[in-house]
Structure formats: structure tokens, C-alpha cells
Write a protein that binds this ligand. Structure first.
Ligand SMILES: [Zn+2]
Length: 444
């Protein structure tokens, strides 16, 4: 079965969500109209008694996905959603921009000393992390606006970073990191037995080498470091380990077993967990802290597989198993709102377009947009595109897709990874920074 449908009355007060069947009935009898498509919400044409808040919104914040689930007092899950974050993309594009600016300053301005009196305001989080907090806030508010939510339960996880690195860690060892009593260099010399890790040469000056190159985001953690002779270090350059050791599988295996899993995801969740609680408290609803171990127990009792939305639904404060009334979550992907760059850059940070001179020989960038017939559609809007004939890779039919580019002759969308242009389309949902789809229904 699908997600329940949100209902608001004519004064936009949230009422009890209803089944898709009942929602179709309300629409066919003319008692309700579609208010918004994502999340699917109906507006009734009459005023009704306000509904007492009775639903519980359960959240499972993760580093790449956050699960949402609405649960009624009988522990039945009536609505679910997965929010896909874009922290990685934000971090990458900001790093790229910083690089462009740095090289531009080098080209155009005199040298200036680094300034040290800069400080970050208290509670500051990196943009990629703040984005997680803010998109979760948007969705908590949005769900509370259309449903009578009374309680919010958030899984309050704190990853034990040291335990993730070393599962057998005990007592004092917590206070002594990986390098207790050593400097990095000595620890490495001992760990790699004073040999070059790549060619095995001994009794030569050894250099500290990053397994995942620093230029590609490799860290200075002990598990990302090796020792290499100058020759190997130079040859490896900024190649990845797999490329460099493509024809030495044994050495590759040995070094890979030394590398440990990245802790970036765990760190992202740790850093944002307080902020997410703070913003949830601002809603004025009752906030409960869930517990990972209990959620796991509930999931095992309910006999359900592990997905983000099921994890959220199991995030209960008692041991009762849950019952699913919906098997298909709404997938919401963060897409951002584009950028404000006037001229795109190529890989080296130089302007990527060449401006052709006009007939008088002047180089003019036109700021007047050509007249568009379909001016009401913007990039990011969601539309229903109808294809009358089969295209090269796509069969005829109606598809719901996000507008990639509005063109003079219609819209350009991406369907199953293929670019399609069409002028036969209906408007569905205004651009709000997200893309929407539905997951494959869970088969139980
Ligand atoms: Zn070597």
C-alpha cells in the first residue's frame, strides 16, 4: 500500500491523514482538491473541528540519508519518507571555488600575509553540515503543517569514534590515541618495518606518503600514511593506490588492510546531532530521544529489513513491534537552488565561454533574454511530459520529471538518464530545491 494522504480543511488546519482509497473518493465526490503534490495533500472545501495532535514523527538522521516516519498511537506506520542530503556536493563545490579564488588572487593581487584574528561564531557548523540541519528543519515544519503531529522522536546517536577504529579498546586506552608515546614518523617506521611500503627497499631515506593523496581529500590520519622511498613517492604522485599498484596485487592487499574505513560519516552525524535537537525543540512539540539499540530490537521483533525509513519507523521509546501500513516511501533528493555564477569556469578556473564579436566587432554579452513562449516554467519545476511517439531510448507515454532547462520550444527533462525535449507538458509542482520520486515498494 502507498503512503497515507495528508488532509487540511478549508482554513488549512491539519486533519487526520487518510488512505489513498478514501482520498480518491473525496476527490471524485468533489469534496476535496489537490493542495500540493509533494507530500500529497488534499484541501477540503469545508471547515471542520480541529484534530487533536496524535501522531508521532520519528526521525533517523544519517550523514547521507535521513529517514522520516509518521506513526499512529497503535504503532502503525502510515507515512514514510527518505531525505537524501547533498553535503558532499556542497563541500566539493566550495573547495573548488576556494581554489579558483586562490589562483585568481595569485594572478591579480600582491602578496598579503595570512590573517589570524578571524573567528567563527559560536555553534558554527560547516555549510555541508548546516545544510543537513536546515533541510531536516524544513521537512519537520512541513510535515507538522499538514498533519496533527504531537511528538517528535529523534534517534540520538553518538558514535564512539575510537571504538569504531579499534573494537577492543578499554579504559585508559581511550586517552592514548593511536600514536601514544610515539611521534608519527617513529610509529610509521616501526609499523612498516623501516622499508619502502611499495618496493620494499631498505636503508634509504624514507618519506611519509599519503595513501589517499592529499590533493584528493586524503587525511593525515595514521591509517592513511605509509613510508616510501623518494622514487616510489615521486612516481605515485597523486595517483590512487589501485592505479599505482595495478600490477602488484599482493602489495595492494597488504596496504589496503592497513587503511581503515573513513570516519567522515560518523563525524557528520556526531557534529549535527545537538543542532537537530535544538531545531526540533523550537516547534514546541514534545521531543523524545530514541536509542539505537532499542530501534534495532524493535526492527528485529517486527521482522523488517534495514533501510533508512524503516530505521526511522523503528525508532521507538518502547519495545512494541511496529506494523507497516505503507510499503513505499517518498524519496526526496536535495538539489539546491542553482548558483549565482554569471560565467561558468573551466577546470582551471578561467571563464568557460568565448564571447563572439558582433558584426561591428564588439564583444557584447547579451543580457536581454529571448522571448519565451513557455516563460511560466523554470528550471527545477516538476512537470508531466507526454511523448506521443517513441523516442530513441524512451517509449511513448506520460512521465513525471524535473525540468533541467526551460527552452524556447518547451522544456528539456531527463527521463531514465536520457535528455528529452518536449513542448507537450503539464505543470505539476513548483521548484522548491528538491526532486521527488518513489522507492520500489518493499516486498514482504
Ligand atoms: Zn620504493
Amino acid at each position: 500500500m502507498n503512503n497515507y494522504v495528508f488532509i487540511i480543511d478549508t482554513n488549512k488546519q491539519p486533519l487526520k491523514p487518510t488512505t489513498p482509497k478514501r482520498a480518491r473518493e473525496l476527490m471524485s465526490k468533489g469534496k476535496a482538491a489537490v493542495f500540493r503534490r509533494y507530500p500529497f495533500t488534499l484541501i477540503l472545501k469545508q471547515e471542520y473541528e480541529p484534530t487533536q495532535p496524535y501522531l508521532e514523527l520519528r526521525l533517523d538522521p544519517g550523514s547521507k540519508f535521513t529517514g522520516f516516519a509518521l506513526v499512529n498511537p497503535k504503532n502503525e506506520v502510515i507515512w514514510t519518507m527518505e531525505l537524501e542530503h547533498r553535503g558532499q556536493q556542497i563541500s566539493q563545490s566550495l573547495t573548488k571555488r576556494a581554489g579558483f579564488r586562490r589562483s585568481r588572487r595569485n594572478r591579480h593581487t600582491r602578496y598579503r600575509k595570512k590573517r589570524f584574528n578571524r573567528s567563527k561564531p559560536e555553534g558554527w557548523l560547516a555549510p555541508s553540515l548546516m545544510h543537513r540541519v536546515q533541510t531536516i528543519e524544513t521537512w519537520i515544519k512541513r510535515i507538522c503543517r499538514y498533519t496533527p503531529v504531537g511528538t517528535i522522536t529523534i534517534e540520538k546517536v553518538k558514535f564512539d569514534m575510537q571504538k569504531l577504529e579499534n573494537p577492543d579498546i578499554q579504559e585508559v586506552e581511550y586517552q592514548q590515541g593511536t600514536l601514544a608515546g610515539y611521534t608519527v614518523r617513529e610509529a610509521l617506521l616501526e609499523h612498516w618495518k623501516r622499508k619502502c611500503a611499495y618496493c620494499g627497499v631498505e636503508n634509504v631515506p624514507l618519506q611519509i606518503e599519503h595513501i589517499k593523496p592529499k590533493s584528493k581529500g586524503g587525511s593525515n590520519r595514521f591509517s592513511n600514511l605509509t613510508l616510501a622511498c623518494e622514487c616510489c613517492n615521486q612516481t605515485k604522485g597523486n595517483q590512487s593506490l589501485e592505479d599505482f599498484l595495478a600490477n602488484k596485487p599482493e602489495v595492494l592487499h597488504k596496504i589496503k588492510s592497513h587503511c581503515r574505513k573513513s570516519l567522515a560519516d560518523a563525524a557528520a552525524v556526531n557534529a549535527t546531532r545537538h543542532k537537530i535537537f535544538e531545531i526540533a525543540e523550537l516547534t514546541g512539540l514534545t521531543i523524545q530521544a530514541g536509542n539505537g539499540a532499542l530501534a534495532k530490537l524493535v526492527r528485529a521483533k517486527s521482522n523488517l529489513p534495514k533501510t533508512h525509513w524503516i530505521d526511522a519507523a523503528c525508532n521507538s521509546i518502547n519495545e512494541q513491534p511496529i506494523k507497516l501500513l505503507t510499503y513505499q516511501p517518498l524519496i526526496v533528493t536535495c538539489k539546491g537552488h542553482g548558483n549565482r555564477q554569471a560565467i561558468r569556469c573551466n577546470a582551471s578556473g578561467f571563464p568557460a565561454i568565448t564571447i563572439k564579436p558582433n558584426k561591428q566587432g564588439q564583444k557584447i554579452v547579451s543580457t536581454v533574454k529571448p522571448k519565451q513562449k513557455y516563460h511560466h516554467v523554470k528550471a527545477g519545476d516538476i512537470v508531466n511530459v507526454t511523448l506521443k511517439k517513441d523516442r530513441k531510448h524512451i517509449k511513448s507515454g506520460t512521465y513525471t520529471a524535473r525540468v533541467k532547462t526551460p527552452t524556447k520550444t518547451g522544456v528539456e527533462v531527463r527521463i531514465n538518464g536520457h535528455r528529452i525535449s518536449s513542448n507537450l507538458f503539464d505543470f505539476v509542482h513548483r521548484h522548491d530545491g528538491y526532486d521527488y520520486s518513489f522507492a520500489e515498494p518493499l516486498s514482504i
